[in-house]
Design a protein around this ligand. Sequence first.
Ligand code: SF4
Ligand code: SF4
Length: 239
Amino acid sequence: MRITEDCIGCGVCVPYCTIGAITLEGGVAVSDQDKCVECAVCTRCVVCPVDAMIQLEVAELPYPRNLRRYFSDPIAISPVTLAGGRGTEEGKTNDRTGRFKFGEVGFGVEMGRPGISTSFADAQTVAQAVSKVGAVFEAKNPIFPLLSDPATGTFKPEILGERVLSLIIEFTVSIEKTPDVIAALRSVEDNIDTVFSLCAITRVNPDKTIPVVPWLERAGVAIRPNAKINVGLGRPLIP
Ligand code: SF4
Ligand code: SF4
């Protein structure tokens, strides 16, 4: 979002920015173009009394800046993934997809939220670290087409400076590699300029225990169970 010279410096728009990219300088508002993730929240709220806030349509944003919009504005539909948003349904449809099997863990590293944002450079730091311990990245996640080398978690070089409100690095490993994933994430947590939360997804055992829990506890990870349970009513796509 850009602010034109019509700005009268009223400051009304400042608190509407999701990440604090708008500031008042010299009596007018300025949107930091490096920080702005093109989420369009500020312009969608239509708060400017003099119509000085300009938000380009997603088709008008050049590549790779348009990636900011696709990841930060859930209304923007990516021509690459043909979907809006920043991730997949993860385990929510597992009874139909069979995506997560016994003996596996699906991880989601949710970067940038809340209100911090992140960059593809940060995402690459994390993706490269977990790829070294065997992460298999989810092909339906919108970051996947942006990887120049999915085997090493390396992104296309021209996008590394782009920032997004948040993104999710989704991958699967065998459950025995859970401690390696945690160690890999801890090895880079001080090397990234953002925050992340970690989702660990597994099927529930027939005795109702959750197989990844002891692995996480042994790795010293505080667990907050958050159930999105499929009850087996869907017709499996994969037996
Ligand atoms: S488009 Fe989003 S990030 Fe950019 S100035 Fe507006 S609210 Fe802030
Ligand atoms: S709301 Fe409009 S006039 Fe007021 S500071 Fe923001 S851009 Fe300037």
